[in-house]
Design a protein around this ligand. Structure first.
Ligand code: GAR
Length: 204
């Protein structure tokens, strides 16, 4: 936490921003005891950026298309530092972070993914779950390392797959759980009552 005040989140998104909005509304209502330092997007037209502006949060954008990864990530870190961010929350940020980025915020980067990891990492997790024929899927909040959807798991929520599900219906039921789970995970890490045993995140 910077300067003895409240912890400051940096939210990174690439698109719609509904997970950001769920977090942002809880910050505004005081349900989450922290501040949002900046909402950052790597896509100029991301609807999530407009939502952030409408809610009154500071926003920043740097276009990643065509940029070299290390230089781009260094610039994102600079933006986050400029806004005195302590915790980085990936919320539909569709880029793998470089090792340098991860080492700038050790143990302080979270991601949400729409499956029960380690099942179905990567893109289109809800489609992957349907195509595989699993009966239960869900979402995962995990710490981020430099590999795809792979760090230690903080919280998971299960969602049943129904016989008549499409990618859209399944995704929307998972999303309801995502919006609840991410804030719960943030509340937990801000309280700080956990420790890592290997990959296991243990409540203390
Ligand atoms: C969410 O479903 C999130 O779990 C997923 O992207 C969506 C973003 O929606 N993230 C990933 O697949 C990361 N691998 P949102 O922009 O409305 O929050």
């Amino acid at each position: 936490m910077s300067g003895g005040g409240k912890s400051r989140l940096g939210i990174l998104l690439s698109g719609r921003g509904s997970n950001f909005e769920a977090i942002g509304r809880r910050v505004l209502s005081g349900e989450l005891d922290c501040e949002i330092g900046v909402v950052f997007s790597n896509k100029p037209g991301a609807p999530g950026l407009a939502r952030a502006r409408d809610l009154g949060f500071p926003v920043a954008m740097r276009e990643s298309a065509g940029a070299e990864r290390t230089a781009f990530d260094a610039e994102v870190v600079r933006v986050l530092r400029q806004h005195r961010v302590d915790w980085v929350c990936l919320a539909g940020y569709m880029r793998l972070l470089s090792g340098t980025f991860v080492s700038e915020f050790p143990g302080h980067i979270l991601n949400i993914h729409p499956s029960l990891l380690p099942a179905f990492p990567g893109l289109d997790a809800q489609y992957q779950a349907l195509a595989h024929g699993v009966k239960v899927t869900g979402c995962t909040v995990h710490f981020v390392d430099e590999n795809l959807d792979s760090g230690p798991i903080l919280l998971q929520a299960a969602v049943p797959v129904l016989d008549d599900d499409t990618v859209e219906t399944l995704s929307s039921r998972i999303l309801i759980e995502e919006h609840r789970l991410y804030s719960e995970a943030i509340r937990w890490v801000l309280r700080g009552n956990y420790r890592l045993e290997g990959r296991r995140v243990i409540e203390t």
